[in-house]
Design a protein around this ligand. Structure first.
Ligand SMILES: Cc1cc2nc3c(=O)[nH]c(=O)nc-3n(C[C@H](O)[C@H](O)[C@H](O)COP(=O)(O)OP(=O)(O)OC[C@H]3O[C@@H](n4cnc5c(N)ncnc54)[C@H](O)[C@@H]3O)c2cc1C
Ligand SMILES: NC(=O)c1ccc[n+]([C@@H]2O[C@H](COP(=O)([O-])OP(=O)(O)OC[C@H]3O[C@@H](n4cnc5c(N)ncnc54)[C@H](O)[C@@H]3O)[C@@H](O)[C@H]2O)c1
Length: 450
């Protein structure tokens, strides 16, 4: 065993780990960054960026199919090749992280490819190498796709997000297990490429944690487009024979050429040596303080910190942990206004609390909604969607909001600012929204607060 000392070891170089390692090295610390797969993590290679390239193509197809509604005739012939090529060449460099590794090294980080495990406080082992960190260790090990315990599933050649985003061609039919963000985004987008898609969700509706209006509207739109959305159903078993998957739902069967499992994630915490520092290796998340510290000399950021499995949270927490390690002043972790966007069409954006969460928290709640098909811009565009606001009337501030609609994730920005900055509702009501924009629906939803 060789031993090397340094100031900080970052284990797992997802978006936050990469950012924290870079920031700390640029500040002059001796930093060792360890990743067993690709520097940058899930987001650039198997997540956000390639999935949004699929969605960009799917949106173009969806819009082209609407030409007859507004402007004449169109004929749409979907082709997966431009998407697969863009993902391979522009997004992932053929799943090669050489550029990211060089960027890290240029910043002064010592990069180690391998599996890192804690070996006591402030110590990490990678095979036969031991790294002792004077200031401590940052964990950013993220998650991996998980498969639900459905009979027969494990024996089939099902796809996860990592397979579908590497696929050079599309099947004629696809079944998707799970109507969360991954399942909903990919089911709709791949459907628009002409694939017969069936989405199977065990919960009462897709996008379950969102406002119920959001999942219901999205399911309606997807169904109109030809995606079969089956919610509130349990899959008894999955089998695979002669190139086809069969999902047994009891009273019906779903068959498809490919099966995408998008039913949640498993945290990469089970094999990082948590037990060597007195922590539980079966935990789903690590509890952190407002500086992202788990204990003296150990910080956790990103999906494993459990405050939203989003790239923006990983990056946000990276800055906070880096500041704590450097001992510099700045804001601390605050989760009141965490935004998220599911990039379906219509987009579904949410921030802060849903109505249910606000009521369960015991707040005095007022709710205001605006149907975006009744908003002038939405009516012109023949769009479907809504804005829903949740207010705490005792404090006269918004505590949450949801936007479903074209550019829903962009309109969400103003609600995020209102929730984050706790802008008084009277001030928000005095604001002027440009005409005719979708964001004017915000003022209309404010007027509806009761
Ligand atoms: C299909 C899909 C679409 C998504 N779309 C979006 C989106 O649009 N917007 C958004 O905000 N989020 C999106 N996400 C979520 C986003 O990808 C994650 O939240 C984001 O990657 C942040 O994760 P992380 O920083 O926790 O680490 P990860 O990205 O999971 O990276 C963790 C890294 O740690 C490494 N690692 C793990 N264990 C070890 C170990 N013991 N030793 C060494 N290395 C280790 C892994 O190899 C990996 O590189 C999407 C996810 C998926 C799957
Ligand atoms: N646009 C974005 O920001 C974006 C996009 C994709 C993923 N993500 C992140 O990645 C994380 C993982 O996404 P995900 O969609 O895999 O997970 P998820 O946990 O959010 O959703 C999984 C869905 O699968 C369903 N499910 C579980 N077991 C099932 C079963 N046996 N049969 C049918 N359905 C079943 C669940 O009820 C749930 O609706 C998300 O939490 C999100 O934070 C974000």
């Amino acid at each position: 065993m060789t031993t090397q000392s340094c100031d900080v070891v970052v284990v797992g170089l997802g978006p936050g780990g990469e950012a924290a390692a870079t920031q700390l090295a640029k500040a002059g610390l001796e930093v060792v960054g360890i990743d067993e797969r690709l520097v940058g993590g899930e987001c650039p290679y198997f997540g956000c960026i390639p999935s949004k390239m699929i969605i960009r193509g799917a949106d173009a197809l969806g819009e082209a199919r609407r030409v007859p509604e507004f402007a004449g005739a169109s004929q749409v012939e979907p082709d997966w090749t431009p998407v697969a090529t863009r993902i391979r060449d522009e997004a992932t460099d053929d799943w090669d992280d050489a550029v990211a590794v060089k960027r890290l090294q240029d910043a002064g980080v010592t990069f180690v490819r391998g599996h890192g495990r804690l070996a006591g406080p402030k110590a990490i082992e990678v095979g036969e190498h031991r790294y002792e960190a004077r200031r401590g260790v940052v964990l950013n090990t993220g998650t991996r796709p998980a498969a639900p315990p459905i009979e027969g599933l494990a024996d089939t050649p099902y796809w996860t997000n990592r397979d579908v985003l590497r696929s050079e061609s599309l099947p004629a039919s696809l079944a998707v297990i799970g109507g969360g963000p991954i399942g909903a985004e990919l089911a709709q987008a791949i459907g628009r490429f002409g694939v017969r898609v069936t989405l199977v969700e065990i919960g009462p509706r897709i996008l379950g944690p969102e406002e119920p209006e959001a999942g219901d509207l999205l399911a309606e739109v997807m169904t109109k487009e030809g995606v079969q959305v089956l919610a509130d159903v349990e899959i008894a078993s999955v089998s695979y024979a002669e190139g086809h998957f069969t999902l047994d739902l009891g009273d019906q069967q779903v068959t498809a050429d490919k099966l995408l499992v998008a039913a949640g994630r498993a945290p990469n915490l089970d094999d990082v040596g948590l037990e060597t520092v007195g922590l539980d290796p079966t935990a789903r998340t690590l509890e952190t303080d407002e500086h992202m510290a788990v204990q003296d000399g150990l910080w956790a950021i990103g999906d494993i910190a459990g405050h939203g499995a989003f790239t923006h949270m990983s990056m946000y927490e990276a800055q906070i942990a880096a500041r704590a390690i450097l001992g510099t002043e700045g804001f601390v972790a605050d989760y009141r206004a965490v935004p998220h966007v599911t990039f379906t069409d219509p987009e579904v954006g949410g921030v802060g609390m849903t109505e249910k969460q606000a009521r369960e928290a015991g707040l005095t709640v007022a709710v205001g909604t605006q149907d975006l098909s009744a908003n002038t811009r939405g009516w012109i565009a023949k769009a479907q969607g809504l804005i829903k606001l949740v207010a705490d009337t005792d404090r006269d501030v918004l505590v949450g909001g949801t936007v479903v609609g074209p550019a829903g994730g962009e309109i969400l920005g103003m609600i995020t600012m209102a929730v984050h900055a706790e802008v008084p509702i009277a001030t928000l009501r005095s604001m002027v929204g440009a005409y005719p924009t979708l964001h004017r629906g915000f003022s209309e939803a404010l007027a509806d607060l009761t």
